[in-house]
Design a protein around this ligand. Structure first.
Ligand code: NDP
Length: 309
């Protein structure tokens, strides 16, 4: 095999990517990973991970990702902190372009995960980074002793709201209905916190601002259209994520929301291309399930390569 032709290129570096890298490296497949400019995935934006087995006291998301990377690199995973711009999956070896340079691989494992969805309410574009954020871990400390709102009713909203109480004087969770997708334990932790108030049946209709930044929002009750104004200097949108697949330019079959579909075990609609983690997972979306799927994808790629010989 020539130097520039790899058995496996892994795209993406969350728990799925690093686990695929660990298994591929231990299988002597000489894997190369393009980890992205912001390597580590969504866990780099998470405070404490309390539900990954093996960490009885929990572990910080970034610390866990550093350990996963170190473990995979110990067995020979080569990691480049660069983004993949596009791929050509028409024939094998597949082609991957990174900063204009072409790489070739017999198999690909796509682990690019998902990114936060924005609300798209009036005035949002102008206030992004000036008070409206999708990452409490990144931006929470800017709002010391200020009033903040968090939009959403899932685990992310509960986690962000609870985390933000470290800084804010008050956190109000805004949810569009009175049923919460959040797990009971995370809902209860947020709902019982003295700094947190929960307002149900409210949607953000418009963001309000002055020359200094965000000042509040107009909230609409979806039941009767009535409007109320809330004041806040920070807002965190936590309404879910969408898969990162645009670099694939529709060469792989996805569902209507853009999530990659598995055709046979972890293989996608393109023979020799595998996918793992949040980029395929609309159901579990956990670090542990992503890691497990990364392991499966690596084993599937290894067996598929053996079958080709
Ligand atoms: P979810 O899909 O679970 O929840 C999204 C929330 O946002 C829902 O309450 C939804 O409302 C609301 N929403 C969606 N679109 C809009 C909109 N346009 N306007 C207003 N509200 C909207 O996403 P999460 O990111 O919270 O969680 C994703 C997964 O990650 C889950 O499996 C979760 O368990 C997991 N997770 C686990 C954590 C942990 O265990 N530490 C931490 C964070 C996430 P509605 O209910 O009406 O649809």
């Amino acid at each position: 095999m020539s130097d520039d032709l790899r058995n496996v290129i892994i795209i993406g570096s969350g728990p799925a990517g690093y686990t695929a890298g660990l298994y591929s490296a231990r299988a002597m497949l000489d894997p190369l990973m393009f980890a992205g400019y912001m390597s580590g995935g969504q866990l780099m934006l998470t405070s404490d991970v309390e539900n990954f087995p093996g960490y009885p006291q929990g572990i910080g998301g970034p610390e866990m990702m550093m350990q996963l990377r170190e473990q995979a690199e110990r067995f020979g995973l080569e990691v480049e902190d660069k983004n993949v711009e596009r791929v050509d999956l028409k024939e094998r070896p597949f082609k991957v372009w990174v900063e204009g340079q072409e790489f070739r691989a017999e198999t690909l494992i796509i682990c690019t995960g998902a990114e936060a969805i924005w609300l798209g309410a009036e005035g949002e574009e102008e206030q992004k980074g000036r008070g409206i954020s999708t990452c409490a871990t990144c931006d929470g400390a800017f709002f010391r002793d200020e009033e903040i709102i968090v939009i959403g009713g899932g685990d992310s909203a509960m986690e962000e709201a609870t985390f933000l109480t470290r800084f804010a004087s008050k956190v109000t969770i805004i949810h569009r209905r009175d049923v919460f997708k959040a797990s009971k334990v995370m809902y209860d932790r947020a709902a019982s916190h003295p700094k947190i108030e929960i307002k149900t049946f409210r949607s953000v209709k418009k963001w309000l601002s002055d020359e200094k930044g965000l000042t509040g929002a107009l909230l609409e009750d979806p039941r009767d259209g009535s409007i109320e104004q809330i004041e806040c200097s920070g807002a965190f949108i936590a309404i879910g994520h969408k898969p990162i697949t645009s670099f694939l330019e529709d060469q792989i079959e996805t569902d209507e929301s853009g999530y990659i579909i598995h055709k046979h075990n972890t293989m996608t609609s393109v023979e020799g291309v595998f996918a793992a983690g949040d980029v395929v997972d609309t159901r579990y979306r956990q670090a542990i399930t992503a890691a497990g799927m990364g392991c499966q994808a690596s084993i599937d790629a290894e067996r598929w390569l053996e079958d080709q010989e």
